[in-house]
Every structure is written in C-alpha cells, then in structure tokens.
Design a protein around this ligand. Sequence first.
Ligand SMILES: NC(=O)c1ccc[n+]([C@@H]2O[C@H](COP(=O)([O-])OP(=O)(O)OC[C@H]3O[C@@H](n4cnc5c(N)ncnc54)[C@H](OP(=O)(O)O)[C@@H]3O)[C@@H](O)[C@H]2O)c1
Length: 245
Amino acid sequence: MEPLRRADRLRAGSAGRVTRRVLIVGASRGLGLGLVAQFLSRGWDVTATVRRPSLALDELAAGHSLRIEIGVDIDDDSAVADLRARLAEAPDFDIVFVVAGVATQAGTPAALLPRDVVGSVFQTNAVSPIRFAETFHRRVAPGGLIVLMTSKLGSVSLNRGGGWSSYRASKAALNTLARSFAGQHKGADWGVILMHPGWVRTDLGGRRATLDVETSARGMVNVLEGRLGQRGCAYLDYAGETVPW
Ligand SMILES: NC(=O)c1ccc[n+]([C@@H]2O[C@H](COP(=O)([O-])OP(=O)(O)OC[C@H]3O[C@@H](n4cnc5c(N)ncnc54)[C@H](OP(=O)(O)O)[C@@H]3O)[C@@H](O)[C@H]2O)c1
C-alpha cells in the first residue's frame, strides 16, 4: 500500500485530542460487538449498526461516544440508503468496517444445497458488503479505510481441504469484488482492507475456535490504526500478516 502525502490528516478535537470516527456495520453480537468495545476503549467515536436492538450493544453505550443505528440489513438497499441519509450530517468516518456475515448450512457442499441458500450466502457475504462500500465511500475521510470482513477461507491458494464450500466461495467472491472496487476507485484517498479475524469463538466460529473475541478485536484494531493513511487494497489477518490470495 502506498502512503498518502497527507498521512496524518486525523482531525483534532476541541481539547486538542485526536478524535477518530468509525462506522461498524453488523454490531449486535460476535466480532462486531467486540470491535465496538475495542474502538470505544481507545477513545474512538463509534457509530454501530444492527438489524434489531441488541441489549449487549446498548450496554456498551454507557459513558461512551456510541451512536446506534437500528434497522440496517445490508441485504436491503433501501435500509442502507436510509442509513446514509440519517448520517448525512455526521462528520466523515476514518474507518467504515462492514463486519456482517453468515455461514448458513456451511457444512453442506455448495453443489448439494438449495440454490436459494447458496445465493443468499453470496448476497450477504459478497454482494452486500461491496454495495455498502459503494454507497458509503464518499463518507470516508481522506487517509481513511474501508474494511471488509473476509476470512482466510476465502483464499483460493490456501484451499487444500475444501469444506465450508459455499462460505469459502462467498468470501473468495468478496475478495475479488473488493479488488475490483479498489481498482475502480484507484485515485481515491482511502484504502481497502480485507480482514481475516482469526478463528474466533462466536456463534459463527463455534466453541472450538482458537481465539476469543477480545484478542481478535484488539489485534484487528491495532492493525487498522497502523494502516490509516495508506491506500491500495490489502488482505490481512488480525496480526497484520498478509494472507495469500
Ligand atoms: N468467527 C470466526 O471465526 C470468523 C472467521 C473468519 C471470518 N469471520 C467473519 O466475521 C464476521 C462476523 O462474524 P462473527 O463470527 O461475529 O459471527 P456472528 O456472531 O454470527 O455475528 C454475525 C453478525 O452479522 C450480522 N448480520 C448477518 N447478516 C446480516 C445482514 N444481512 N445485515 C446486517 N447484519 C447482518 C448479525 O446480525 P444479527 O444479530 O441481526 O443476526 C451479527 O451481528 C462475518 O463476516 C464472518 O464471516 C468470522
């Protein structure tokens, strides 16, 4: 990724402190919720979206700069357009992070699943995040980042054992769409990050996963804070390692 000329263009608040702003999409539970907690703990101003009210997210709001937007289903273009309108007066974001994703019937090979199940996994994991990025890229501050939650399972070159085939393919599609999106916006003064969070104990990751949410979220935010001011498109994990395409 190539450094921006104005690498440090983060805004200074009235008390002279840097105030950074993040939009987290899909924050009701799991990694989205963990990312909200992590950004808040570092003093970021956080806007978090959910489909339905989340008590766990509400609890994070006490004493923090957290704005919660309800009714945001990324598969619903009118809900995303509504969100853009509701946030029209808000300052631009240093990071727009689309976290939402699904692993519906991931244990069944894609060729054996009903077409509508495979289609809906692709919509949510690949098509909707890119449509969200297209709708919101003008709201990314110079030097900022559009971050899309992918998975190492989306790596084509690392796929030796198969398994989770519809999920894998949807994340591989997301990776390809994101590279195309970055190419379409070559001159933009923000970067695109495809983020692999590690294998994390959430509803999606399951109980046998190796990482807890806090460790993954802390790692991802470390990586992202270090990437502000860089552009291009990178495929990284929560420890900052590049994942092979
Ligand atoms: N956990 C892992 O090991 C792992 C590894 C690699 C990648 N990931 C990726 O990390 C992301 C988060 O996963 P997670 O482990 O935190 O899973 P999770 O606990 O199952 O949470 C999924 C989140 O996505 C939201 N969501 C699903 N479909 C949505 C839609 N159409 N519109 C808006 N929000 C939607 C859910 O909202 P509701 O509460 O409304 O359902 C929930 O907040 C996913 O993209 C996943 O593929 C996870």
